[in-house]
Design a protein around this ligand. Structure first.
Ligand code: MSP
Length: 488
């Protein structure tokens, strides 16, 4: 499997504020995927970044009394800082204000214009500035955008228009046949239902928005922010805008996104790629929302929990674990401080942390050291194998919460095994039971490594191992509890 490539992307985030949990969630999920594929020995490129142009950023900058670039610089840096705190191992961080991105996006638009995919006209529609998207009447609830709870504005202006409607049939076919594989299935069906209606051409230029990339063939306009933002997935790996010269990592194996931006990604994005005659991305994985009391967590609704607050209270690895386990594959998940605390105490303090300290303490007491260990009990062996199988299945299908569940099944099994065998008491089995538990711990350390990299390292350290080697020789070291109980 050596040298197989794996290119994974997150959406690029708007710089109207610092990152919140929703942003952190997608980025942690991409990080887990990247770490897992590196573990498999593949050549990985993990791309993330910030989306810095458009009316939304222009307005937010104005409100804060700063020039848009200065404002974007500050907030983009906050994303980098948060990703550093969350131990995000990205390989590339693209900013759409980067001159290389601007130049490449302009070049791509020239190609599309020359090849007849862009025409001039007048565009009219209902525009939501929160989404930076035109909405149809069907998208609105009581006349308002359901995500931003504001009524969109009617806009009519001279425009350059991308002939999106031309791609309706081909997009449908590619999605039905999973050539562009959208998971989970409900989301794929939602896109197909949308593609069953008439697909409208879209405006790719803005006359009144100054904060953007000038349209190369008519500089009175700037490029619609979504169009240039989508090109980040290419420019972020070094594309210069020539469809015939593609970077090695193209196409992405996995593009992660929340459900609010699926439609743009499943229509405009692949249509642009098809128009440029470039291979399509392979997989979209679409996740749900963090909600508080059933409402999407967002700045406009003022119900945000910040990633830094979670890190401060529980630690980095715990923050990564808690976020990924709260949202179930593709669904929404309600989040609250109470729930986070309960989960932390149950799964990490009383679960993983307690198991590690119990087993290490017993191993220290019976002085298991420098002993070459092979697993003896068949039940332990079977449970490790089963967990490994489900862990791999979960991770290869990007079902992160399921991969985590398989590890926690193994943790629970070990707890029960300890209760059953009472290895703290002297017996003829005592050493072999503790040995088996140590091997189970080494496997757990391996399985958690994409999710909780620091904890994995600490457990291996206590076992005296660098990783899960074939020939295990333990050198046990006792150390501080991994996850002290959180009381308030
Ligand atoms: N800039 C665009 C994406 C352009 S990609 C070419 C954008 N940015 S965003 O900052 O608004 O959101 C980025 C991602 O964060 C989306 O995938 C969105 O679904 C996710 N989240 C924003 N709020 C969320 C929650 N409350 N819960 C989970 N994720 C959500 O859209």
């Amino acid at each position: 499997m050596a040298n197989k490539k794996f290119f994974v992307t997150t959406p690029i985030y708007y710089v109207n504020d610092r990152p919140h949990l929703g942003h952190a969630y997608t980025t942690i999920a991409a990080d887990v995927a990247a770490r897992y594929h590196r573990f498999l020995g593949e050549k990985v490129f993990f791309l993330t970044g910030t989306d810095e142009h458009g009316a939304k950023i222009e307005k937010a900058a104005q409100k804060s009394g700063k020039a848009p670039k200065e404002f974007a610089d500050e907030n983009s840096e906050k994303f980098r800082q948060s990703w550093k705190k969350l131990n995000i191992s990205y390989d590339g961080f693209i900013r759409t204000t980067d001159p290389k991105h601007k130049k490449a996006a302009q070049k791509a638009l020239e190609v599309l214009y020359k090849n007849g995919f862009i025409k001039k006209g007048v565009y009219q529609g209902l525009y939501c500035f929160g989404c930076e998207q035109y909405k149809t009447k069907n998208d609105l609830i009581a006349g308002k955008c359901p995500d931003h709870k504001i009524a969109p504005e009617l806009i009519e202006e001279e425009s350059y228009i991308f002939k999106l409607s031309k791609f309706q049939d081909v997009l449908r076919k590619k999605i039905v046949k999973d050539e562009l594989y959208i998971q989970p299935k409900e989301r794929k069906n939602e896109v197909l239902a949308f593609l069953g209606q008439e697909l409208r051409d879209i405006s790719i230029s803005r006359q009144k928005v100054k904060w953007g990339i000038p349209l190369p063939f008519d500089r009175r306009f700037t490029v619609y922010v979504w169009i240039e933002a989508l090109f980040n997935y290419l420019t972020g790996i070094g594309w210069e805008g020539n469809p015939k010269e593609l970077p090695d990592f193209w196409p992405p194996e996995l593009q992660l996104m929340g459900k609010d931006i699926l439609r743009v990604h499943a229509t405009i994005w692949p249509a642009l790629i098809l128009a440029l005659k470039i291979p399509l991305p392979k997989n979209f994985f679409v996740h749900g929302y963090f909600t508080t009391n059933g409402q999407k967590m967002s700045k406009s609704l003022g119900n945000i929990i910040w990633p830094e607050e979670i890190i401060e209270k529980f630690g980095v690895d715990a923050a990564r674990y808690l976020l990924l386990s709260v949202l179930h594959f593709g669904q929404d998940g309600d989040i609250s401080w109470q729930k986070l605390k309960e989960e932390y105490n149950a799964d990490l303090a009383a679960g993983l942390g307690n198991l590690v300290s119990r087993v290490i303490n017993m191993a220290v007491k019976v002085r298991i050291e420098n002993k070459e260990s092979k697993i003896e009990n068949n039940e332990v062996k079977k449970n490790i194998k089963e967990a490994e199988k489900k862990w791999k299945e979960g991770l290869s299908q990007f079902k992160f919460s399921e991969a985590l569940a398989s590890i926690w099944d193994l943790i629970r099994f070990c707890d029960q095994y300890i209760e059953k065998e009472s290895p703290w008491k002297e017996s003829k089995n005592q050493i072999s039971v503790i040995n088996d538990l140590l091997i189970a711990l080494a496997s757990i350390a391996q399985f958690i490594s994409p999710f909780l990299p620091e904890t994995s390292r600490k457990i291996f350290n206590q076992l005296g191992l660098a990783s899960l080697e074939k020939e295990i020789v333990f050198k046990i070291k006792k150390s501080e509890p991994l996850f002290p109980k959180v009381i308030s």
